[in-house]
Design a protein around this ligand. Structure first.
Ligand code: FUL
Length: 470
């Protein structure tokens, strides 16, 4: 009894210190989330029966033989992704039509039942190995909505879904990111499923605690609220999830787009968007592949607003990344490289000074998130007036997201402001672009923050003027 009392007493004494692990100004990311933020740009691959039927949402009654790519080569996908500068690939292992791209024991609607490679093929396996070979992260999309499975719409289906997830994690891991689509329609018996989200979450946590899981509301990554590829100009990595569920029960798309300033959990937004009008390959969309310039613009609106760009690149009926897509992707890579090759502030002739410190600060241009400065304002002085049209700021988000509002003043040599830009959040990366200005000085003013403002990097660029939205 006495021991029990001591235990209770100790628990009470130490409780406040546990509570302090979440700073008063808001939660911090986990190590897996931090690493995820750094991936910045990676691919989605939508592939399956829809590729062969020209549908976007298959009905689940497509004969398995329809799936028959003639030259499928996941190494070509991975090689192209790598050459395009993407850091990983997330594959639709099962879309809403229920067809499994691996020979699942829990379905009879899989690659095993198809003609492809005499039923011996396994796309999930092949891509997981190709990603390893090319140093890419490997992720899996598994649609809970299943228009084929006979058990869909009954409580027993939740266990089927758990079993499928278990196969994926046990046979093809490590899985870097796992994707739950929120769509919830009817199954073959005309019924909708009541998803057991707590069970699904527990399953992944148990099988693979370091996997980052996406759904409309996390637990680790949230949907950005649109499929057009842009995050909010205000983008908090925080979200209130109490009382919400993925799918129809999710917060409004506006809330998902901007997050919650005082959100209870660190659940950053991911921008999913397709390089083509549809998610699956359709020949008639070959000419509608987004241009390198359009992709660059999406990059500014996703990664440049502290989110990540999950770009869908669907293989064609041969099972290859099509030439139209790879041409656009290589162009996109070039635009990124050319635009961000030279940080015009990473030059010893540029004086960067912050409030309270007289010396030139070098930690802000060393390319590292781990070195950062406390500051309310920063003054940047060029030796000679310099033409710029983009400024980038980064917060060391391992210390949380703090900045609420900031201002940039671009000034001439007399200190007269030529252009003033105001913006809200910074987060992992914030790029502000504007029509070119030739300035001698840049003043960065942090006008409002949830806690002591911290900045890890600052950069200025002069990118091709045609890439800037006027
Ligand atoms: C949506 C799906 O309905 C689309 O087909 C696609 O997979 C997209 C990424 O998510 O909810």
């Amino acid at each position: 009894m006495k021991q029990l009392l001591i235990l209770i007493l100790l628990t009470i004494i130490f409780m406040p210190s546990f509570a302090q692990q979440v700073p008063a100004f808001g939660p911090l990311p986990t190590a897996s989330q931090l690493a995820w933020h750094e991936t910045e740009y990676y691919w989605f691959i939508h592939f399956g029966p829809n590729t062969f039927t020209d549908k976007e949402w298959g009905h689940g009654d497509e004969p398995e033989d329809i799936f028959n790519p003639t030259q499928l080569d996941c190494r070509q996908w991975a090689r192209t992704a790598r050459a395009a500068g993407a850091k990983g690939i997330i594959l639709t292992a099962k879309h809403h039509d229920g067809f499994c791209l691996w020979p699942s024991k829990y379905s009879t609607h899989t690659v095993r039942e198809s003609k492809w490679r005499n039923g011996k093929g396994d796309v999930v396996k092949e891509l997981s190995l190709a990603c390893k070979e090319y140093g890419l992260k490997f992720g899996v999309y598994l649609s809970p909505w299943d228009r084929n499975h006979p058990k869909y719409g009954t409580p027993a289906y939740n266990q089927v879904f758990v079993n499928m997830m278990t196969e994926i994690f046990k046979n093809y891991g490590p899985i870097w990111e796992f994707w739950w689509d929120g769509a919830n329609g009817e199954g073959p018996n005309g019924k909708k499923q009541v998803y057991d989200w707590p069970l699904f979450r527990e399953t992944v946590k148990k099988l693979s605690p370091n996997t980052v899981v996406f759904s409309d509301i996390g637990p680790q990554i949230r949907w950005v609220g649109n499929e057009s590829g842009f995050a909010g100009t205000t983008n908090w990595n925080l979200l209130n999830v109490s009382g919400f569920t993925a799918g129809a029960g999710a917060p409004s798309t506006d809330t998902l787009n901007s997050g919650n300033i005082y959100g209870e959990k660190w659940i950053p937004a991911e921008c999913d968007v397709s390089i083509r009008p549809g998610w699956f390959y359709h020949k008639e969309e070959d000419e509608k592949v987004k241009s390198p310039e359009a992709l660059f613009n999406l990059y500014l609106k996703s990664a440049g607003r502290g989110s990540t760009l999950l770009l869908n690149v669907p293989p064609d009926r041969r099972g290859l990344i099509n030439g139209y897509d790879s041409a656009a992707l290589m162009g996109f890579r070039k635009l990124r490289e050319n635009s961000f090759r030279q940080n015009l502030l990473a030059n010893s002739s540029v004086a960067i000074k912050i409030s309270g410190k007289g010396k030139r600060i070098t930690s802000l241009t060393d390319g590292k998130q781990t070195t950062y400065e406390k500051l309310d304002s920063m003054s940047i002085q060029f030796k000679t007036a310099t033409t710029i049209n983009a400024i980038m700021l980064q917060e060391p988000i391992q210390m949380g997201q703090r900045i609420i509002k900031f201002r940039l003043l671009l000034q001439d040599k007399n200190g007269t402001t030529i252009k003033e830009l105001t913006a809200t959040t910074v987060g992992r990366k914030r790029i502000l672009s504007f029509p070119s200005v030739t300035a001698s000085k840049i003043q960065v003013m942090i006008d409002d923050a949830k806690a002591t403002p911290l900045i890890s990097e600052v950069a200025a660029y002069h990118i091709n003027e045609q890439l800037i939205e006027q």
